[in-house]
Write a protein that binds this ligand. Structure first.
Ligand SMILES: [Zn+2]
Length: 265
């Protein structure tokens, strides 16, 4: 720690475990991939400096809580910089961000915004909760969002399913229509989603299902943040795959149409 995912994706105050003893000279310096406004694209950033408190690190063993400033520079333009302020809690063996510049983004990309339509505000509310580490609040908004978009999402999957499997999936969709809530709808189709929606053997619909089913009363805020993180990444992954598959299918059929027209002349 800190690792790439922690720096790129964790909101402020979300705790991340690390092992002591920890020597500041050995602070890991993973490259990260984040948006650069100069390059207007996702770029690799490398850590160019880190500071403990106000002193440049010479090599101290951490014996108590310490605050670090990490300075990252975009490797594309070698100009734009990102700063992370992280605090090590040696007693509880964890590390968390206490500041970040530019701040953790709660902006929503245009494609997702369009797809979520009038429900986009639920996604933004969830992100706002996450950015403040209110895991329970974030889950409530993600659950509401899923209830609102689940019918469209499951219908859209039909379009990217191989033709030979479409009839079976369509039958399941009839049962989906009769079901009342997202959990039971997902339960019907979760094992029938196409390979393209499974990443590294993980099934995002199953992850959503499991996280909708889990009881929250005994969960800590950190557990809740883990759940909200899984809900968000599963939703985004599915939406992005569905949109890009629809887009490439459309482009392919347009190309085919053009070719056919050309040949028929
Ligand atoms: Zn750049």
């Amino acid at each position: 720690m800190p690792d790439k995912e922690f720096l790129e994706a964790y909101p402020l105050y979300r705790k991340c475990d690390f092992n002591v003893p920890f020597i500041s000279d050995d602070l890991p310096s993973p490259s990260i991939n984040m948006f650069c406004p100069n390059c207007t694209s996702i770029q690799t950033y490398n850590m160019i400096n880190h500071y403990v408190g106000y002193n440049y690190v010479g090599g101290y063993t951490i014996i108590n809580e310490e605050i670090y400033e990490l300075q990252y520079q975009c490797m594309g333009c070698k100009k734009f910089e990102r700063f992370f302020y992280i605090k090590f809690d040696v007693q509880d063996k964890n590390v968390f961000k206490i500041g970040q510049d530019p701040p953790w983004s709660i902006s929503i990309n245009t494609k997702l915004n369009k797809l979520l339509g009038k429900n986009a505000y639920l996604y933004k509310y969830a992100l706002t909760c996450e950015s403040q580490s209110y895991g329970l609040g974030a889950i409530a908004y993600y659950r509401r969002l899923i209830e609102e978009i689940i019918d469209k999402l499951l219908n859209d999957i039909l379009e990217i399913i191989p033709d030979s499997k479409k009839p079976d999936y369509e039958k399941l969709l009839l049962n989906v229509k009769k079901s009342k809530n997202a959990q039971s709808k997902i339960d019907i189709v979760k094992n029938e989603i196409p390979e393209i929606l499974r990443s590294g053997g993980l099934n995002p619909l199953k992850i959503i299902y499991d996280n909708l089913s889990v009881g929250l009363h005994e969960k800590t805020e950190q557990d809740c943040l883990q759940i909200s993180d899984e809900l968000r990444t599963s939703i985004i992954f599915m939406v992005e795959i569905i949109l890009s598959t629809q887009k490439s299918k459309k482009e392919f059929s347009e190309k085919l149409q053009k070719r056919l027209k050309k040949h028929s002349k």
